[in-house]
Design a binder for this molecule. Structure first.
Ligand code: NAD
Length: 260
């Protein structure tokens, strides 16, 4: 029988629903295994779902993720709290489609070698202290020098998240493309960059380099690290994919309408 883990936002409502789910799944013969689960159910919001994937990055080949939302319908969370019995039914009867979400990866080159981070939504370079200069190269062809707060590089799932707030386009489910979106770029007579979101092929490799990343943060979903002593970062789709149980009855455009 499959082993499951339940990850909640930590509030009273999420804990209450999680307790009901736990009981229902145990009654159906499943067992709890927070370390090596086959199924990870999150109760909370999109943030809870993202944190669950980051926690189980090494288990992606085996795990199926299912999101339940305690607020409004999310993009990664497909079941409402009063649909817990439907979730259990879909899970045990294999009636819901499983989609795969390709993750993004960023290689950060430091003096001591390269460090890799993964993201579901987006990878951002942000410098809120001073103007950040970023040389943007795509597939070894130099595109531009950006000046401003930073750049957001997202995939399809992240297109409705930070990317959308920064003026990027929403990419329909199934369009596994990459998108580069400016975060408050500086455009005047002396400096000018594209100034528009750029959607590029999924196998593209994006390099951002700068002589000075002082004060800049590399944000990957809800996580961040300082880029102070870094010269170059490289972003592309990772080989890893997260498997997510979705709803056959929730069309992508209905989810967009509900959310926005
Ligand atoms: P969070 O969990 O509080 O999420 C922030 C908001 O982004 C929530 O409304 C959430 O529902 C929404 N969101 C997250 N992923 C989404 C997706 N794939 N599609 C549509 N909406 C989505 O914030 P957090 O845990 O600090 O950060 C997680 C994510 O939140 C980040 O990856 C980033 O995309 C997003 N975020 C967005 C903004 C913004 O839009 N200005 C700011 C911070 C973080």
């Amino acid at each position: 029988m499959p082993k499951f883990n339940l990850i909640t936002k930590g509030d009273r409502q999420s804990e209450g629903v999680a307790a009901t789910l736990r009981e229902a799944l145990l009654q159906r013969g499943m067992t709890i295994d927070p370390e090596n689960p086959d199924i990870v159910i999150t109760v909370g919001g999109d943030g809870t779902f993202l944190r669950a994937i980051h926690r189980h990055l090494d288990d992606l080949d085996r795990c199926v993720f299912i999101g339940m939302h305690t607020g409004t319908l999310g993009f990664t969370t497909n079941y409402a709290t009063d649909e817990w019995d439907l979730l259990v039914y879909d899970l045990t009867n294999h009636t819901a489609p499983i989609v795969t979400i390709p993750l993004l990866k960023v290689d950060v080159e430091t003096e001591n070698g390269s460090i890799t981070y993964h993201a579901v939504n987006e990878i951002r370079v942000e410098n809120i202290i001073r103007t950040q200069l970023l040389n943007v190269t795509i597939n070894q062809t130099f595109l531009e020098t950006f000046r401003g707060t930073g750049l957001c590089i997202s995939g399809q799932v992240g297109s409705t998240a930070y990317n959308r707030s920064a003026g990027g386009a929403i990419l329909q489910e199934g369009l596994d493309l990459l998108q580069i979106t400016e975060i408050t770029g500086i455009h005047h007579r002396a400096y000018r960059s594209l100034g528009s979101p750029l959607v590029i092929a999924k196998d593209s490799v994006i390099t951002l380099d700068s002589d000075d990343f002082h004060g800049a943060l590399l944000c990957y979903d809800h996580e961040s690290v300082k880029l102070d002593h870094v010269r170059k970062i490289t972003i592309r789709y990772a080989k890893q994919k997260a498997q997510v149980m979705t709803r056959a009855d929730k069309h992508y455009f209905d989810r967009i309408k509900n959310l926005f």
